[in-house]
Write a protein that binds this ligand. Sequence first.
Ligand code: TYD
Ligand code: MG
Length: 453
Amino acid sequence: MKFRTHFVCQSCGAQASKELGRCHRCSAWNTFVEERVPPTSQQDETRLGLRSSAGAQLYADVEMAQMDRLSLGIDELDRVLGGGAVPGSLILLGGEPGIGKSTLLLQAAAQVAASAGPVLYCSGEESEHQIKVRGERLGIGSAPLYLLAETCLERILDEITRRQPALIIVDSVQTVFSTKLQSVPGSIGQVREAATQLLFGAKSHNIPTFLVGHVTKDGALAGPKALEHIVDTVLYFEGERYQSHRVVRAVKNRFGAVSEVGVFEMTDGGLQPVANPSQLFLAERSAGVPGSAVLCCVEGSRPILIEVQALVSTGAYGNARRTASGIDQHRLALLLAVLEKRVGLNVMGDDVFVNIAGGMTVSEPAADLGIVAAVASSVRNRAIHANTAVFGEVGLAGEVRGISQAALRLREAAQFGFGRCVVPEGNREAADPGGVDIVTVRTLNEALEALIV
Ligand code: TYD
Ligand code: MG
């Protein structure tokens, strides 16, 4: 029997009928590998619902299904998913090696097994014995948790059909391979096939399924484009491996809000949910030191106070370095240019380092004002008023723009005991939580005047 083959880019999943030197989609060089075209069997088509379609349905006739979500027994994880896992959904959990993916899912597996019924934990990375050693640290009792050290996709699917578990975990999707394809495990064809088949499995048995995905050095999941399209929800683990806290963020969610975060602390007994992240992120704050500002961000539905630190030092001539961790490098460059032009603060030749304390990542424009304030405070070597929190977007003209959810941010600052908040004029109408002195500003110059001692 002759198989049909095609060429697939291993970095983005683009397909071509012949081998290309450079990918037409992602421009990567020499990434095409020959793969067998997977046969679409009749069975697959029925599972995909291709044969059973009864035609289009009138919007008004579609019934609102009540989704009974499965609680994973870990508050912060339920929160990121939008209140638990939806039956039949496929969830991808990505993160660097050693960040805690297996730990978190083993904890969730034990909780679900104890509360909702049998759980199938398939691992292609560790033996049953290794998983048990970890489980002992986590204090997993006698709940019906089934371990399967298996990498063959077909056997995993068989086991799912036989056990009909309440939850399925596949750790990791890159180790799973299908015997129907000839490419090596971890190649984009295999990863996509595994995810697609597990999606059919999840949907046809109506079981929530977690896939663990490894992140490559440049921060992307191997075969990310191919996987992110297939799954319902994508969660990423963030944080520094050598720090104790971890953030799980939803970057795609068909059943809930995106950018919702769950905060955890890695302890000897596994990952513990952190109910009050502001406290954690400000715990080691260096108040009264130049270059430190407290921002109030909103992640998903939750306000979080975070410390941003900046250090500006004289750099070698013509070789200024800009290092940003936790914020976008390009955003920092833009904010420095605004500082230079609109405030007249000369940082052109200096080295600038900006860091979000605690390994958190902030991408909201509301963080702008805090970042600028921290940099200016470091340049002038004068601290920011103690007990002051700040938020606001900075525009190219040096204006401070209003941002969303100001009331929520003010409330968090008040609750945490901040006595003063510097906020955009555009947010003047925001509900006053009481107990906070609210200073509204229109321009960057006004803001720096109000902030820096
Ligand atoms: P792991 O869950 O194996 O990471 P991943 O699956 O993402 O590769 O991460 C384990 C790390 O966490 C490892 O370095 C040991 C540490 N750890 C703890 O600190 N406490 C614990 O209770 C456990 C189980 C692991
Ligand atoms: Mg692991």
